[in-house]
Ligand binder design. Sequence first.
Ligand code: GUN
Length: 295
Amino acid sequence: MITIIDGKKTSEEIKSEIATRVKEIVDAGGKKPHLAAVLVGNDGASQTYVGAKVKACDQVGFDSTLVRLEETISEEELLTVVEDINQNPAIDGLIVQLPLPKHISVEKVTNKIKPEKDVDGFTPANVGRMTLGWPAYVAATPYGIVELLKRYQIETSGKHCVVIGRSHIVGSPMSILMARNEYPGNCTVTLTHSRTKNLPEIAKTADILIVALGKPEFVTADMVKEGAVVIDVGIHRVDDSSKKSGFRLIGDVKFDEVSQKASAITPVPGGVGPMTIASLLFNTLLAAEGKVYGN
Ligand code: GUN
């Protein structure tokens, strides 16, 4: 029997656990965790993501501040906005939604974020700490995947984990987390990417296959071993006139055929996606409680 790894349900459970903790903090006379989100410009997808993050804050009892800035803001002005939030003791967590306009350096802005407030886990300090296995804010998508593996009690020790895609946000940190000497982890990890030779053959040797390359339905059944655990990070809109919205969502994995072979699989939508916001909220709670860097 195949297990459908339900990220929607799991994310609701995590949000409910966070809401319970917030209530305890507030009942004890503490302040609500507070997330600030900076959104530059009018990119449609970014507006949707940030809107969902702010709404989720409300759902668990966090305070949130949305800072909306013009597409034309200068890099220097944006750096000043980030620094002001860094210095604001009322705010526990800070995210700058990516992508940024081309005239602004993502590296400079990311590096300006105080590591203690970097609940996206994008700063060199947090990437380095995560890599060393120190307490760190781990980026939302990899963290969400680790949490799904844990809550579905997927065995990882000694398994061959193949990661497809080497992005800074997903593939690269995922490969590090799956190789860590703890659960989930202890995998033998192969990180594959656009220059990898024989990718289908390598994918087929995976006990755990994590797909984050951003190509619709790239992974087909012939690339998957019987009984593999398949985690699909992709999300793509395709036209579908049978839907009221006119589109449907698909992943990087051809779900209908791969689910005939896998022992467990994340669907799209409702798999990894909803977990990313739960991870961001969890990191913000950690920040408010000083659990990573101390208070
Ligand atoms: N853009 C795409 N994913 C993310 C994310 O996790 N955080 C931020 N800040 N921007 C993103």
